[in-house]
Design a protein around this ligand. Structure first.
Ligand SMILES: *[C@@H]1O[C@H](CO)[C@@H](O)[C@H](O)[C@H]1NC(C)=O
Ligand SMILES: *[C@@H]1O[C@H](CO)[C@@H](O)[C@H](O)[C@H]1NC(C)=O
Ligand SMILES: *[C@@H]1O[C@H](CO)[C@@H](O)[C@H](O)[C@H]1NC(C)=O
Ligand SMILES: *[C@@H]1O[C@H](CO)[C@@H](O)[C@H](O)[C@H]1NC(C)=O
Ligand SMILES: *[C@@H]1O[C@H](CO)[C@@H](O)[C@H](O)[C@H]1NC(C)=O
Ligand SMILES: *[C@@H]1O[C@H](CO)[C@@H](O)[C@H](O)[C@H]1NC(C)=O
Length: 506
């Protein structure tokens, strides 16, 4: 009789509401009494197979150069525009067939339009063929990913990536389990990621940043390269699923319009948006007094906070009442004095994290070094401030996590580096070295959301997000693995069981 082989197939977890995992160790044996490491993901509650497809597709996509990805997106936009033009032209021609043309001018006009369209079509098809077969396949994949994401979203409002992380974590545990089968004395692996509780700061130390997820082009198009986007960054806010997108006008200065979307899928579809304008037409002229300046804007607890146009004031726009409150920031420089490197007009940069609402700015007295102010969201007064030694124009942007300000600088065309931090909890500063991939150019704004542990970056007109990876805290104290007959045996039971063989752990 073989000894009883005990295997703890570790399957704890999980935070996502829709997934039911076993909440305890599973002891399982196959027919030969060998140990099995498996995790059951019930397929009635969540389309896990889609996660796998998505993950593979995403891996494939992230393997391509950013340049190629940009090309695909540009081609997609061009194609859509071309479709639109063709539709209009067809309608015009049909109308002419029915009603005839008014005069020679109108006829010439049509001919010219047709000629232009022809030329455009030629250019496009040339671009497509130059881009090669790869691009077409990639383009399919991009569409595929979007549709899969939608399907998943239907199941799991905005928790897809949380789930994704949880599954990654499960896979890691499976691999650990497998490792310990091979090597019964091995302890718990110290690596791997940990998802701490949202909105809390216990033991939360930023370890790394994921690869970027390019969510969408901003609704105003490619030429709107400056702006900001995200969710409501206040912990415990009433509408944590809403998204806002606030592209600046092409002057890189004026924040005049913004959109609010109720969900991720509406953002992806540009659907059901609420679009508002901040300028007012008064006495035959446009008045920009309530508009914003620069892309330091955030939405915090139902209100936008931003630098009021052409002034030393900060503005708070309550979305529920549409009332604008303003308050002068006494010692702040403004009107593009000490903005970030490669980013104009962002004298005021707002952040919301687990610890509250912040304003990042600089004063004349500090000669452009960053000051961090903690803002009272109601009175708009700075209740406490910290003077850092970081020259603001050296950084390309900053964000706050748990009262720690992190600053980015340009590393190369496609990389930014988090190189500096200032901890307001201890009033100490230090250097860092975490690389962030980006599309191109300079990120116009970057903000952290304590409610989903993501960074929201507005990069060259694209809305991009990242997952913040925090330091892991061990989930399990001990593991009892006795011995194993055939170390390599690793069974997958049932159709919906995930084994670490099915996945490469990134
Ligand atoms: C990813 O790429 C590999 C090899 O190029 C291919 O076999 C696979 O089907 C791709 N996966 C997806 C989901 O596109
Ligand atoms: C163009 O429109 C046709 C139908 O009107 C559609 O089948 C096709 O997918 C569209 N192409 C793009 C790139 O939008
Ligand atoms: C359109 O192109 C044709 C030849 O390609 C040319 O003969 C004609 O003059 C052009 N028409 C206009 C309005 O440009
Ligand atoms: C698109 O997704 C479907 C599943 O929804 C999958 O079968 C197919 O292989 C995917 N195609 C590509 C090109 O990734
Ligand atoms: C940080 O994340 C990036 C992107 O996922 C990865 O390439 C890099 O190896 C990670 N660095 C560390 C120290 O984990
Ligand atoms: C958000 O506003 C509500 C009142 O509308 C208030 O009770 C709550 O404390 C505020 N939350 C934060 C984080 O300021």
């Amino acid at each position: 009789m073989f000894g009883l082989l005990l295997c703890l197939a570790v399957a704890y977890l999980v935070a996502a509401d829709q997934i039911i995992f076993h909440d305890g160790p599973i002891e399982s044996y196959d027919e030969d009494n060998k140990c099995i490491c498996s995790i059951e993901l019930p397929d009635t509650t969540f389309p896990s197979h889609l996660m796998v497809i998505l993950e593979n597709a995403y891996k494939n996509l992230t393997g391509i150069s950013e340049e190629e990805a940009l090309k695909v997106m540009k081609l997609q936009t061009d194609l859509a525009a071309f479709n639109e033009t063709m539709k209009k032209l067809t309608a015009t021609v049909e109308k002419i067939e029915m009603e005839g043309v008014k005069d020679d001018e109108a006829y010439k006009d049509i001919l010219e339009k047709i000629n232009n369209t022809k030329r455009w079509a030629r250019d496009l098809s040339q671009a497509l063929s130059e881009a090669g077969v790869g691009i077409a396949a990639l383009s399919d994949q991009v569409s595929n990913i979007s549709s899969i994401v939608w399907e998943l979203e239907k199941f799991d409002d905005n928790k897809v990536l949380l789930t994704h992380r949880e599954i990654a974590s499960l896979k890691k545990q499976l691999a650990d389990c497998e490792d310990s089968l091979r090597n019964p004395n091995s302890g718990l692996s110290a690596s791997g990621n940990w998802t701490p509780e949202f909105g809390k700061c216990d033991n939360k130390v930023m370890l790394n940043i994921s690869k970027p997820l390019i969510v969408k082009l901003n609704w105003r198009g490619l030429s709107y390269k400056f702006g900001a986007w995200g969710k409501d960054f206040a912990v415990g806010n009433k509408n944590p699923d809403k998204y806002w997108v606030a592209p600046l006008n092409t002057d890189e200065r004026l924040l005049e319009t913004y959109r609010i979307y109720n969900s991720y899928s509406e953002l992806l579809l540009y659907k059901n948006q609420i679009e508002k304008t901040l300028s007012q037409f008064v006495g035959f002229t446009w008045n920009y007094i309530n508009c914003g300046q620069g892309s330091g804007t955030i939405l915090y607890n139902g209100s936008f906070y931003y630098n009021c146009y052409n002034s030393r004031n900060l503005c708070k726009l309550d979305l529920a009442t549409n009332k604008v409150q303003r308050k002068v920031v006494e010692d702040a420089v403004f009107n593009n004095w000490y903005s970030y490197n490669g980013v104009n007009w962002q004298d005021f940069d707002f952040s919301g994290d687990e610890n509250g609402l912040w304003i990042i700015y600089s004063s004349e007295k500090s000669k452009g070094k960053i000051k961090i102010g903690q803002l009272d969201p109601n009175t708009l007064t700075i209740v406490k401030s910290w003077q850092t030694s970081l020259y603001k124009p050296k950084a390309t942007g900053t964000f706050m996590i748990c009262g720690v300000m992190y600053a980015l600088m340009r590393e190369s065309d496609h990389k930014e580096k988090i190189f500096y931090k200032y901890d307001t909890n201890t009033a100490t500063e230090g250097t860092m070295d975490i690389i962030l991939e980006k599309l191109t150019g300079t990120p116009q704004s970057i903000n952290y959301n304590p409610n989903d542990h993501k960074l929201y970056m507005y990069n060259d007109g694209y809305l991009v997000s990242y997952d913040v990876i925090f330091r892991r805290v061990p989930l399990f104290q001990k593991r009892s693995v006795v011995s194993v007959e055939e170390p390599d045996t690793f069974a997958v039971v049932g159709k919906n069981h995930f084994s670490s063989r099915d996945f490469a752990i990134a």
